[in-house]
Write a protein that binds this ligand. Structure first.
Ligand code: CO
Length: 132
């Protein structure tokens, strides 16, 4: 397992890139709208992980709600797993609260599922199985 990415909620990706790309010198290698989650994402590799900048695409996006409450910041940590179905079954069996009981389609054709912050010390955890 490894940290696939850190998800950071922003009001606007272009503005956030002034720090992450222009000042810190990371490179935005991929931008995509993930319709299902009502977000636009930008991926900036850092070591073996990435920074995922998130921007809401509608007022009822989960990121809109997060921005209203907290005004930006770390939104989730994404852990890469080999077999997401297996990990979800394992967490369920251990009585852990899940947001997604079955995987959804994420950015770059990945399968993703969110684990409820109540299960992970207040951290919203995203499980990611990368597209083969
Ligand atoms: Co993510």
């Amino acid at each position: 397992m490894k940290i696939n990415h850190l998800g950071i909620a922003t009001k606007g990706i272009e503005d956030a890139l002034k720090f992450w790309e222009d000042a810190l010198n990371l490179e935005n290698v991929h931008t995509e709208v993930v319709e299902e989650q009502k977000v636009r994402v930008a991926m900036l590799p850092i070591g073996e992980s990435r920074i995922e900048l998130l921007e809401p695409t509608s007022h009822d996006s989960p990121i809109s709600k997060f921005l209203e409450k907290r005004g930006g910041g770390i939104h989730h940590i994404a852990v890469e797993v080999e077999d997401i179905e297996f990990m979800l079954a394992r967490l369920k069996e251990k009585g852990m609260r899940l947001i997604d009981e079955t995987p959804r389609l994420g950015a770059e054709g990945c399968l993703v599922a969110f684990v409820h912050p109540a299960a992970a010390n207040g951290v919203l955890l995203e499980l990611v199985q990368t597209a083969k």
